[in-house]
Ligand binder design. Sequence first.
Ligand SMILES: Cc1cc2nc3c(=O)[nH]c(=O)nc-3n(C[C@H](O)[C@H](O)[C@H](O)COP(=O)(O)OP(=O)(O)OC[C@H]3O[C@@H](n4cnc5c(N)ncnc54)[C@H](O)[C@@H]3O)c2cc1C
Length: 340
Amino acid sequence: MANHGAQADPVDVAVLGAGLCGLTAARELERAGRTVTVVDKGRGVGGRLATRRIGDARFDHGAQFFTQRGPDLAAFVQELEGAGLVREWCRGFNRSDGHPRYWVVGGMTALAKYLAADLADVRTGVEVRAVERTTDGWRLVADGAEVHAAAVLMTSPVPQTLALLDTGGVELDPGIRPPLERIDYDPAFALMVLLDGAGTVPDPGAVQFSASHPDPEHGPFSFVSDNAWKGLAAPSAITLHASAAWSTANWDRPDDELHAELLGAATRWFGDATVDESQLKRWRYAAPRTLWPERSCVGVDGATPLVLAGDAFDGPRIEGAYVSGRSGATAVLRGRTAGS
Ligand SMILES: Cc1cc2nc3c(=O)[nH]c(=O)nc-3n(C[C@H](O)[C@H](O)[C@H](O)COP(=O)(O)OP(=O)(O)OC[C@H]3O[C@@H](n4cnc5c(N)ncnc54)[C@H](O)[C@@H]3O)c2cc1C
C-alpha cells in the first residue's frame, strides 16, 4: 500500500473508497485485466470495517461480524475460511435464524487488508475533493494529487458522492438524481471500553438488542460485544453500539457529555472490573436507511462509465457491500448505462 503524489498516466478505472465494496470491485476489475487505482481518505483500508488498538487490546468498532444470507457470498466465505481468516460465530445472537454469522480473525480490518494485499495501487490518506469529467474520462482531484481514469467507480456514502460530483460540475441524469438524493443514512456511536478484569457479556461474546428483545434494560445500546471472545484482547475489551434511534436523537450533543452518559449506561457489562480506558467514535454514515430502489449499483455514461456502488445499493451490511462491489465492477466492464 502506498501514498503517491500527482499521477501522469491514466488508469482504466479509478475506485473511490477502500471499504469492502471498493476493494471487492477493484479485485474483480484487476482479474478482468484492467489497471486500477484505489483511493481512500482513511489512514488505512477498510472504511466501516474498522479495528482500533487501545493499549494491548484491539476493538472492532464498526462492523462486528457479517452474515451470509444469500448465495452470493458463498464462494467468498469459502475462500476466506480457506485462508484461515474467518470463523463462524453463531447463527443468530438471540435466537437462530439459520444464517451463519462470521467473525474475522485479527479484527474486521484484516478482511480489507487481505483484499488490498493483492491490488496493484491502493492509496490511503488521500481525500478526494472533486470528481470531474475530462475529454476522455474522469479526474479525481485531491490535495496535491490527481488520478486520471477512463472509468470511475464511487463507493463513498451517497450524500458524499453527490457532493463530490457537484463540486466537479458533473450533472447526473434527472431520472437518477432524485432517488439518489433520497438515500439517507443512520448515524451510530461506538463506545470502546478496556477493562482490567473480565466483563459480563455472555456467550457467545455478544448480545444483539432490538425493539422486540425481551431485556428492557439495554438502554441506548443495540449491540454489545467483548472483543476478548475474538482473541483481540484479554481480559475484556467491550464495544457498545448505540442504536440508530438513540444516535440520531443525540447526534448534536458534545462528545464528552455523550461519552460520560454512554459509559454510565454500560456499567452492567463490567462486572467487578474497572475501566482502564474508554473512547467514543462517531459514525455519521453507519447504515443506509433508504436504499437505491433497484439492485445493486447504478451506472451512468456508457462510453466512459461512472458507476456508483456501496451498501446503499444492495443492503445495509457487509453482504450488500460485497454484492454491490461485484455488480459495480461488472457495470464498469460492460460500460452499462443507467437503467440497462
Ligand atoms: C457501527 C457499525 C456497525 C456495523 N455492524 C455491522 C455488522 O455487524 N454486520 C454487517 O454486515 N454490517 C455492519 N455494518 C455495516 C457495514 O460495515 C457496511 O455495510 C459496509 O462495511 C459498507 O462497505 P462500503 O464499502 O459500502 O462502505 P465504506 O466501508 O463506508 O467505504 C467507503 C469508503 O469511502 C471512503 N471515502 C469517502 N469519501 C471519500 C473521499 N472524499 N475521498 C477518499 N475516500 C473517501 C471512506 O473513507 C470509506 O473507506 C456496520 C456499520 C457500522 C458503522
